[in-house]
Design a protein around this ligand. Structure first.
Ligand code: ATP
Ligand code: MG
Length: 567
């Protein structure tokens, strides 16, 4: 399946088996399951985020590892909140992560007729009834965690009356909220989910898949396990908040003529510090325009991370490295960033780009001379082609790489001192040109002869190495630098509002950057290391023919860790 690297497989193989792997192995060995079938069941009401990536890697990963199949099933039981746009984005994200679902894309709505028939089955068996309590009354009758509930006065309706009323609900004869269909289980159960849960609600909404066919829609609990059974799912893996729903999941399967008997297993959801993994809150960021859409490169959505330049392999490695457990924890976002850096360091070709240009004129270098400097595509990979860098009379270096005076710690260009231009000559700064405000606008320097690949003959060594581009042969571009979207490690925790933790400086746009000319024609989503400034990729949204826009995917080193240590 897909484009997994051999090292990825090895990394996973070296880890001890997690509890889901152990369960599956045991089920296969004992014959409880013949084939592993899992499913990823998103609700199409938002874009996928990094938490979903964990679920995707787990579900598709288990199917892959045990020679089984993984289905993509849209859990589309709520017509009011779901949209086709989300369906399309979710399919694209799963594929981009490197997975292919088995068979067609499935929808819970494909099973609406069977589910309806099974509701009739429960009614006929005396195990479901139409209840006319208002939502407020139903809440009172439900009881609390410490007190049992009370039977609804409608609980003992006859089978005939229930069939008649449910048929009327389906036809649209009743108003939304006026009555529901409930399973008849146990109003005194210590598990509130078993206190006669709702299995059908009246909703007169247009459904993106079934149109106006239905006026009643199944609840999540009534749809989920039965859909698993219809599809022959063996291991229905979900997050821990569904643990208390498992007895209900099992009750439906035991009381209905289902074709298979899936089992539900729960694992801890992924939480990451400095990150929001709630679809509702992410949607709020988009709707209130705190960010530039679901795929804003600062968003923890899969589409945002893709646009930012996170490689899918790095996301998969991260999801594997954090493991699968049953205890809730918060993962340090640094672990995700580590995987991104690790992958890009090994796989991103090198390039030079000056973010804040300062002009350097080489006074002793002929105005019309152009030499071709040669640089490796990657320091450790000879499968990357060599770069050719035009070297000319005028160059750009970073403003921060020059000072008129500096102490010994400053290993860049200083007036009267030398520095090596990466992959080119050693130069010595001789003078500066300033504007009326006293700002340096140009450095005058000389090239030290015969210093390509060797130190100066006079023994005066350069202080350091800096990057540069030709001022006449370069690619003019925009660069977008990103910082964390939230300044608080737990945005919105307690009674805080997560919007208050938004980092006002999370996006910095530099519109006059100069990249080496070999980047002209770079492809969207191709990664580069711009030497000394970070990993970058071409932005898929704002790049135009006139002007490429590069996103900084991540810095070369974890500067946050450094800042935190200093505090
Ligand atoms: P909603 O509140 O809208 O239901 P959700 O995050 O549960 O949000 P779903 O579309 O229902 O979204 O999720 C699809 C699958 O992804 C589910 O199986 C869910 O358990 C899993 N999932 C969602 N968030 C996380 C997370 N943070 N970590 C691991 N798995 C997750
Ligand atoms: Mg959900």
């Amino acid at each position: 399946m897909s484009d997994k690297s051999p090292s990825e497989g090895k990394a996973a193989a070296n880890k001890p088996a997690h509890f889901i792997q152990q369960i599956i192995r045991k089920d296969l060995d004992s014959g409880v399951a013949e084939q592993v079938i899992t499913r990823f069941p998103p609700e199409p009401n938002g874009y996928l985020h990094i938490g979903h990536a964990k679920s995707i890697v787990l579900n598709f990963g288990m199917a892959e590892e045990f020679g089984g199949a993984c289905h993509l099933r849209f859990d589309d039981t709520n017509p009011a909140r779901e949209e086709e746009e989300y369906v399309q984005s979710i399919k694209a994200d799963v594929k981009w992560l490197g997975f292919q679902w088995s068979g067609p894309v499935r929808y819970t709505s494909d099973y609406f007729q069977v589910l309806y028939d099974w509701a009739l089955h429960l009614i006929k068996a005396g195990k479901a009834y139409v209840c006319d309590l208002s939502p407020d009354q139903a809440r009172e009758y439900r009881g609390t965690l410490t007190e049992p509930g009370t039977n609804s006065p409608y609980r003992d309706r006859s089978v005939e009356e229930n069939l008649e009323l449910f048929e009327q609900m389906r036809r649209g004869d009743h108003e939304e909220g006026s009555r529901v269909l409930r399973a008849k289980i146990d109003m005194a159960s210590p598990n509130i989910n078993l206190r006669d849960p709702i299995i059908y609600r009246i909703k007169k909404a247009y459904h993106h898949h079934t149109g106006d066919t239905w006026n009643v829609y199944p609840s999540y609990d009534f749809a989920h396990g039965q859909s698993d059974a219809i599809e022959g799912v063996s291991h229905s893996i979900c997050t821990l908040e569904f643990e208390d729903h498992r007895p209900l999941y099992d009750w439906f399967l035991e009381n209905l003529p289902v074709p298979a008997r899936p089992r539900q297993y729960e694992f801890a959801r992924l939480n990451i510090n400095y990150t929001i993994t709630s679809k509702r809150k992410l949607k709020q960021l988009v709707d209130e325009q705190h960010v530039d859409g679901w795929d804003d490169p600062r968003m923890p959505t899969i589409s945002g991370m893709r646009r930012r330049g996170y490689p899918p392999q790095a996301l998969r490695n991260f999801c594997t490295s954090i493991g699968v457990t049953r205890s809730d924890s918060v993962v340090d976002v640094g672990m995700l960033e580590y995987e991104v850096r690790d992958y890009l360091d090994k796989n991103a070709p090198r390039a030079m780009c000056v973010l804040r240009p300062l002009k350097v004129t080489l006074t002793n270098y002929p105005v019309d001379l152009l030499e071709q400097m040669h640089a490796p595509g990657h320091p450790n990979r000879d499968d990357f082609s060599e770069r050719v860098l035009p070297f000319t009379h005028t160059l750009f270096i970073e403003q921060e790489d020059f000072r008129e005076e500096a102490n010994k710690k400053y290993k860049r260009l200083v007036l009267g001192k030398r520095v090596r231009l990466r992959n080119a000559y050693v130069i010595e700064a001789e003078d500066v040109v300033k504007n009326e405000q006293g700002e340096i606008i140009e450095v005058l320097a000389k090239v030290i002869d015969d210093t390509l690949g060797k130190d100066p003959e006079d023994g005066v060594k350069p202080k350091g190495v800096i990057h540069w581009v030709s001022a006449t042969h370069n690619l003019n571009c925009e660069v977008r630098l990103y910082d964390r979207l939230f300044t608080d490690p737990a945005p919105g925790s307690g009674d805080k509002n997560f919007l208050d933790a938004i980092n006002p400086d999370s996006l910095q746009v530099l519109s006059d950057c100069k990249a080496e000319i070999s980047l002209a024609g770079a492809k969207v989503n191709k990664h580069f290391q711009f030497e000394r400034t970070g990993y970058f990729c071409l932005d898929s949204k704002y790049t135009s023919l006139d002007k490429p826009v590069f996103n900084r995917t991540i810095e070369l080193r974890d500067t946050w860790a450094k800042i935190q240590q200093q505090q």
